[in-house]
Design a binder for this molecule. Structure first.
Ligand code: SAH
Length: 271
């Protein structure tokens, strides 16, 4: 962890160092600055950009109002997957309620869960594009979604306003110790003692799972998307540790080997 903040509690330091605010495909550079300001007022520091439509500019600096250090330090990635590769938890913020079949959390639950898992590694709160939000592929990378319970008839907050609400909830959790005091929700319970596997390890597992399902002809001509979506949900909910991911990948490797042997040794089917 980086240098201590004067008078900050361990949870505040955890929030600053481990809670990542990820802005995906931001269209207005001013919003990047406003989001940085929202974060800094709440003691957060890790801003990450994914393929912003326009690079930060003078509007960013003006809207950051003194929080431009966060923008200057913000790494820029080409894809969300790369931006969260090392994260123990990825939560996607959506303006539309129950848009995807992901577990949906209230902002305070999401913040508390993020802080609880920040002990294990970096965690990401992900925000979408001003016009279109996060796409389905991006949401599929998330363990759960967070929806700020806005008026359903006018549900979309300004991007930086949404960052403000979530940053505030993280701060409340850090100040009140909610992240540790609350009983962990079922899906935050990590069975393995080593903590949750980072996102990139899970993505490697999902890629191998998808290949294996092809190799054993699981889909039988159906499109693989729906089954893979359901399997992703199931495994993400399980909160797998690295050793568990390795175990599952071992099972897949043997399955792939057997499928190959079966392909070699089976007599060719009569057409
Ligand atoms: N028109 C877009 C809204 C984008 S607003 C849509 O319908 O999806 C930009 C981003 O701010 C969203 O992608 C989301 O991350 C965040 N946001 C806005 N309103 C929100 C809400 N009510 N709850 C959670 N996140 C919200």
């Amino acid at each position: 962890m980086s240098e201590p903040i004067p008078n900050a509690s361990p949870l505040e330091t955890l929030a600053r160092d481990r809670v990542r605010i990820v802005l995906v495909g931001t269209q207005h550079p001013g919003n990047i600055g406003a989001a940085a300001r929202a974060m800094k007022t709440m003691g957060l520091a890790r801003l990450v950009l994914v393929a912003p439509e326009k690079a930060p500019d003078l509007n960013t600096t003006a809207m950051a109002a003194g929080a431009d250090d966060l923008v200057e330090q913000a790494p820029v990635f080409a894809t969300l997957s790369e931006a969260v590769a090392d994260c123990a938890l990825v939560l996607g913020c959506t303006a539309r309620s129950r848009r995807v079949q992901l577990e949906q959390l209230e902002p305070d639950e999401g913040a508390a869960r993020a802080l609880a898992l920040a002990v294990q590694g970096p965690v990401a709160l992900v925000f979408g594009r001003e016009r279109t939000g996060l796409d389905n592929n991006e949401l599929q990378l998330c363990h759960a979604s967070i929806h700020i319970p806005s008026d359903p008839a006018f549900s979309s907050l300004n991007l930086a306003a949404a960052v403000q609400v979530l940053s505030y909830e993280v701060r409340r959790a850090a100040l009140g110790g909610q992240g540790v005091a609350r009983p962990a929700p079922a899906s935050a319970v990590v069975a393995s003692e080593e903590g949750p596997a980072p996102h990139a390890e899970l993505e490697g597992f999902f890629a191998q799972l998808s290949e294996t399902l092809e190799a054993i002809d699981f889909h039988k001509g159906r499109t693989p998307d729906s089954a893979m979506r359901k399997l992703r949900r199931l495994y993400l909910r399980a909160g797998l540790g690295s050793a568990e991911v390795r175990l599952l990948r071992g099972v897949l490797a043997d399955t792939q080997r057997m499928a190959m042997l079966a392909g070699r040794t089976n007599p060719p089917a009569d057409d």
